[in-house]
Design a protein around this ligand. Structure first.
Ligand code: AVI
Length: 337
């Protein structure tokens, strides 16, 4: 699964005095020079998802301790019809736009239910991975031949199609992907989504909620070490693409969860003093023993905060579907006029 939406992973609390992440030119080289020269050091989580990283993320989603994927799929199954009623209340034909669809497995199951309920549906999965869209197209043709699927490959906001006169736009942003943004980035992202919708159109967000801190922490520190491999793969990628000489054995995955802020953080911690050199950048970076690179944040939400964020970005919170066992929410937002 590709993750074009991942902005550089900075955290306002961690890097209060660091310049905003978008001061870089947005390239891997620019982001790495900026991030490894900053205090504390940081690397954008969007770079997790090379081919190996995407495969590792697929494995994470199947881990027993990684509950978000499972719980979200359960909510989509349980509330498929109620979601349709909340997202498209007028019964008008629906243009379903999924931001970061990957191979669309969960969404196709939702589409099946909506078609059974008589919805007039057109599905536009958006992703930067042409491969994932290809797989999605094949799966859709096999499982739901009557569904009109129009994949869009590239940046969401560049490929977003013009709204069609009689179609209600329903945007999906699932997987608690919003949680990998800082607050400011999440607001900017939602405002951009709002700008592409008309008043009355809808947005469905899948958001992980605050819960027992031990449950959250376990999801980011699995005993099989898949999350550790996923995190360390970032350094492997830099070795390949920027000619760095990171010794992966010299760094360890470390995850934390702060129940006050509701944020899980992932780090790569240097186990000794070491200097890493990049051939491509012509630059070296020194690490002290115990020095951390911040690689990801995963925000866990609460309803009041989601309501305020939606409202600040031009949406009204319209419906909330929450799992009774493991707090996770499907949030229906309506674009305000
Ligand atoms: C993609 N994203 C929502 C995942 C998360 O939970 O933050 C990425 C992830 N990182 C470690 N495990 C999963």
């Amino acid at each position: 699964m590709s993750k074009q939406h991942r902005f550089p992973a900075t955290d306002t609390a961690l890097a209060a005095d660091a310049p905003p992440a978008d001061v870089t030119d947005g390239t891997l080289a620019g982001d790495v020079v900026h991030g490894l020269s900053a205090t504390p050091k940081q690397l954008p989580s969007k770079y997790f998802y090379d081919a190996r990283g995407s495969r590792l993320f697929e494995r994470i989603m199947r881990l027993p301790v990684y509950y978000p994927t499972r719980v979200e799929a359960r909510l989509l199954r349980r509330h498929a019809r109620a979601l349709l009623a909340a997202l498209a209340p007028t019964g008008a034909p629906v243009e379903l736009l999924e931001l970061g669809s990957g191979d669309g497995r969960k969404t196709l199951a939702l589409c099946r239910e909506w078609l059974k309920a008589g919805a007039n549906l057109s599905y536009r999965p958006m992703d930067i991975s042409a491969q994932a869209l290809e797989r999605l197209g094949q799966r859709a043709a096999r499982q739901l031949p009557s569904l009109a699927v129009h994949p869009l490959c590239g940046d969401y906001f560049r490929t977003w199609p013009l709204p069609q006169a009689r179609r209600h736009q329903v945007a999906l942003f699932l997987g608690s992907n919003l949680g990998n943004f800082t607050d400011a980035e999440a607001h900017r992202f939602l405002r951009r989504v709002r700008a592409h919708l008309r008043a009355g159109d809808s947005l469905l967000l899948g958001l992980d909620l605050r819960k027992d801190p031990r449950t959250v922490l376990a999801a980011y520190d699995d005993p099989e070490g898949v999350t550790a491999a996923f995190n360390l793969n970032l350094l492997r990628r830099l070795n390949r693409e920027l000619g760095t000489d990171f010794d992966l054995a010299g760094f360890r995955h470390y995850a934390t969860y702060c129940p006050l802020q509701g944020v899980a953080h992932s780090f790569l911690v240097s186990l000794r003093v070491q200097t890493v050199h990049s051939r491509a950048l012509g630059q070296s970076f020194r690490f002290e023993p115990g020095e951390a690179i911040h690689t990801e944040q995963s925000q866990k939400y609460e309803r009041a905060g989601v309501e305020a964020m939606a409202s600040a970005c031009g949406f009204a919170l319209h419906a909330w579907f929450e799992d009774p066992e493991l707090p996770y929410a499907l949030v229906v937002c309506r674009a305000r006029g």
